[in-house]
Each structure stands twice: as structure tokens, then as C-alpha cells.
Write a protein that binds this ligand. Sequence first.
Ligand SMILES: [Zn+2]
Length: 151
Amino acid sequence: MPLAPQDSGMSISESQMSIPGMSTIDPSLRSTPSLLVGLKRGICRRCPACGQGALFRGYLAVLPACSVCGNDNEQYPSDDFAPYVTIFLVLHLVMPLFIYADRTWEMSVWFEAAVAIPIFIVITLAVLPFAKGSVIGFAWAFGVTRKTNQD
Ligand SMILES: [Zn+2]
């Protein structure tokens, strides 16, 4: 017996949905995934799909759905890779400066530690949200999601 087309149950058009308390969601604003676009939007802490909606709520919490295009930004894994990218960047950018300072001024180890550790902590915490955004943009560009075939 052939199946009759089923009503999806949606009473609003697919191109525009409205969620109470949120702006109008327009999935047509989503762009085609691209690495440079994803990285740029992620570093700017914007939704990688549209570039307009905020990616984070607060410091590092990813918003479940973009308020502009409705893209599910929680589906992109960024658990351990964002801290790895952050540590990689901070160590490679800041460590040469500390090595240079160590060779130039010959400070005591305790003074170097007292200066270097807080600087590393502050810079790492400052870079982490941007690294997490870029990792989410990277995952968006390559279609890497948490979803499995069973979902
Ligand atoms: Zn969006």
C-alpha cells in the first residue's frame, strides 16, 4: 500500500521560524561550509553557518541553536581540541619572549616564575574562547559532528 504524503505538522514555513523571545530564525542565511569562512566566524565567536548570531553564551558555553539561522552549534565537537590549540598557540607565541627575556636580563628563577605563570594563565584564558570558536568553525567546515549513524 503506497504511503500518502504526511503532514509534517509544521504550521509555519520552513524558511522562517519564530521562537518566542528570540529573533526570527531564517535557515536560508546559512552559507556553504568553507574552512576560511568557518575559521573567521569562529574566531570572531560568531555562528559558523551565518556569521551573525552569537556562538557562545558567556565565556565558553556554546549556544544550542543560533538565534539568527537556527543552526545547531552544539553538535560540533570542541572538547579537548580547543585547549590543545590554545596551549600550542600560547606556548609557541609567548615562550620565545620568555626565553629572550631570560637570556637578556638574567633574572632569578623565582622572579621568572612569579612573572611568567600569571602571564601564561591570563593569555591562555584570553585565547581559549577564540580557539574554541575556531575549532567549531573548523568542524562546521568539514561537517564533523557528534551525531552518529544511529541518531
Ligand atoms: Zn547562525
